[in-house]
Write a protein that binds this ligand. Structure first.
Ligand code: HEC
Length: 118
């Protein structure tokens, strides 16, 4: 085998190895969101909202993984207002006193993206 063919063979082998090990590895869902720029929202949600919006909770608050978020889909602005003002067991601003209105809105967009992505 001449040198040129050997080099091509090695390159193909390296590419195949890369595709098999790195290329087709499924990303965990959370990593996708970080890639899409939701890292701040994830951190805020996991600090404040998750206290109640956790899987198998006693607060009757929907969770990211298996919750129903009817208002979020029906009327995003109303859901936003509900978080700002508080509702039932949810304290005003979802307990994140330092979150701006815009940050709260972005968390809602993260929740929607999460629901859509799974
Ligand atoms: C102390 C508990 C608690 C915390 C903290 C909390 N929530 Fe809630 N949340 C609730 C409860 C209880 C409901 C009402 C569920 C129902 O009966 O509709 C609710 C409802 C909601 C809804 C409306 C759901 C829908 O679509 O119908 C949204 C949106 C929401 N919360 C977002 C947030 C966000 C964002 C945060 C964090 C910034 C947060 N919550 C923090 C308890 C909490």
């Amino acid at each position: 085998m001449d040198k040129g063919k050997l080099i091509i063979l090695v390159i193909v082998a390296i590419l195949l190895l890369y595709i098999l090990t790195v290329g087709i590895k499924p990303w965990p869902a959370e990593k996708d969101f970080i890639k899409e720029g939701f890292s701040k929202e994830i951190s805020l949600f996991n600090t404040y909202c998750i206290q109640c919006h956790i899987d198998d909770n006693d607060y009757r608050a929907p969770s990211l993984k298996n919750g129903q978020w009817p208002l979020l889909w029906k009327d995003l602005d109303a859901a936003h207002l509900r978080v700002i003002e508080g509702y039932k067991g949810m304290p005003p601003r979802g307990d994140c006193k330092n979150c701006s209105d815009e940050e709260l809105f972005q968390i809602l967009e993260y929740i929607k993206a999460y629901q859509e992505g799974i």
